[in-house]
Design a protein around this ligand. Structure first.
Ligand code: PLP
Length: 503
């Protein structure tokens, strides 16, 4: 770590990345390489001697960049965003630079203390109820994890052990985990890892008429049936901003049902939690005061570089009862005094990055007002996109837009009109008689065309068997002109697909 060489290479990388950010809009957003492309380009063994950074960087430009899907592109609308910012980047640099591994307080006191301060700051900005904050001097507080998958697993394990302490560990096979058919798949994975009987994972069906939110009545009837069958309700995930359609589960009413059965309620706001710092969106998490835990990903839509999942719990002892270990080599006076937090006991891994630095930098460099405005700007752009979709009668907005994602498709009526006009449409070279299948295939083809153009990247979801295109706005560099361009591109490709359709 020679300081002069560090500066030389460091500046070189910053120049390189500054150039990348300046030009990222020009790259094909979705990488179009073939599987195994890199193996053909790189040597099959590691070099025995050192290589200069210049030749490594040349390989990055020539071989790595073509294989990157550019999540930082202003034309990126896939999945949900993975945000980045100067503050988040610089914070990440600091954290990596210090290389401090703050698993317990003594291993880096500032890492632990800054994390608990920043989690309280952010908790206050979100107007989380006091019991979730350290400042309430109860058992509540926040921790930074890598991803929501970890938040699911940690809270589920805590809930499982809490329940088993009441009903006996021999009953583990009877514990039931509840979510909806819109809940993120990583809850099911967490349940598998946590030893929940796979038959006891409930993906409760949601309905279009309730905008795909989990209904408290459906939850109750599912619970009643389970109880009747001798099973033991344990954990519920309520989602605010589901991945498929950004549905908002009614947190308060669901908690109301859950409380009678001693169910741990976790609120997953992985994507939409960020925007709940705006007072006008805070209602989305109303009722969180009755939940046990709440998490959102600052790396999704909060200008904080990957990875940074914020988890708050009301009772951290539930986490630490399940996740603590006390090996001899980690013992120290501070831990024994019980006056400090040892975050290793709140999470799965031992080693952990000094992640609070980047969140601290984001909060300080932007300030809460600017963060709110940044999020609102994305919501406004999504409104613009939605408006454009609605203006074109061939398309429909499939579910109400709640935040900055628009779910749309070529409407069945447009396809039917095209057919009745005698249009021959055979997008995959098959004879298509089934109208529903045809509508899906047309939309699938449209998405393929959009993405293979390289000019934008969007992804899909399936809603009650319908293939739907998701346009998730939230990349840091996206501006209104990009959104308008994206819509023009969608229309152009739709024209080529359904050219004979009347507008
Ligand atoms: N929950 C929701 C609602 C999500 O949208 C996602 C990812 O997009 C997740 C959970 C999983 O998040 P992570 O990748 O951080 O585990």
């Amino acid at each position: 770590l020679d300081p002069e060489e560090f500066k030389r290479q460091g500046y070189m990388m910053i120049d390189f990345l500054a150039d990348y950010y300046g030009n990222v809009g020009k790259y094909p957003v979705l990488s179009n390489v073939e599987p195994g492309y890199l193996k053909k380009l790189l040597p099959s063994t590691a070099p025995l001697g050192p290589e200069p950074i210049e030749s490594i960087l040349k390989d990055v430009k020539e071989h790595i960049i073509p294989g990157i899907t550019h999540w930082m592109s202003p034309n990126y609308y896939g999945y949900f965003p993975s945000s980045s910012s100067i503050a988040g980047f610089v914070g990440e640099m600091l954290s990596t630079g210090f290389g401090a591994v703050g698993f317990n307080w003594i291993s880096s006191p500032a890492a632990t203390e800054l994390e608990s301060i920043v989690m309280d700051w952010l908790g206050q900005v979100l107007m989380l109820p006091k019991p979730f904050l350290f400042s309430s001097n109860g058992n509540g507080g926040g921790v930074l994890l890598g991803t929501t998958c970890e938040a699911f697993l940690c809270t589920l394990v805590a809930a499982r052990d809490k329940k088993l302490s009441q009903v006996g560990t021999h009953n583990i096979g009877k514990l039931v985990v509840y979510g909806s058919d819109q809940t993120h798949s990583s809850l099911q994975k967490a349940a598998q890892i946590a030893g929940i009987n796979p038959k006891n994972y409930r993906a409760i069906k949601t309905k279009r008429s309730s905008s795909f939110a989990l209904s408290p009545d459906s939850l109750l009837s599912t619970i009643l049936l389970d109880v009747e069958n001798g099973l033991i309700p344990c954990f519920l995930c309520a989602t605010v901003g589901t991945t498929g359609t950004t549905a908002i589960d009614p947190v308060g009413s669901l908690c109301n049902v859950a409380k009678d059965y001693g169910i741990w309620v976790h609120v997953d706001a992985a994507y939409a939690g960020a925007v709940c710092i705006c007072p006008e969106f805070r209602y989305c998490i109303d009722g969180v005061e009755h939940a046990n835990s709440f998490s959102f990903n600052a790396h999704k839509w909060f200008l904080t570089n990957l990875a940074c999942c914020c988890l708050w719990v009301k009772d951290h002892t539930a986490l630490t009862n399940s996740l603590s270990t006390d090996p001899h080599f980690l013992r120290n006076k501070a831990s024994e005094s019980k006056k400090v937090i040892d975050y290793k006991d709140w999470q799965i891994t031992l080693s952990r990055k000094f992640n609070s630095l980047k969140l601290w930098l984001v909060l300080r460099s932007y300030g809460v007002d600017n963060l709110r405005n940044f999020l609102r700007h994305h919501v406004e752009m999504a409104k613009t996109f939605e408006g454009l979709v609605r203006l074109d009668m061939r398309f429909e907005v499939v579910v109400p837009r709640n935040f900055s994602m628009v779910c749309f498709r070529i409407a069945p009526t447009a396809v039917a009109n095209g057919l009745s006009n005698g249009t021959k449409f055979d997008p995959i070279g098959k004879i298509l008689n089934d109208k529903h299948y045809l509508v899906n295939e047309i939309n699938r083809k449209l998405l393929d065309l959009i993405n293979s153009s390289g000019s934008v990247y969007m992804t899909q979801s399936e809603i009650e068997g319908d293939f739907v295109i998701r346009c998730a706005i939230g990349a840091t560099l996206t501006e209104e002109n990009h959104v308008i361009m994206a819509w023009t591109l969608v229309q152009e490709h739709a024209n080529s697909l359904v050219g004979a359709f009347k507008k």
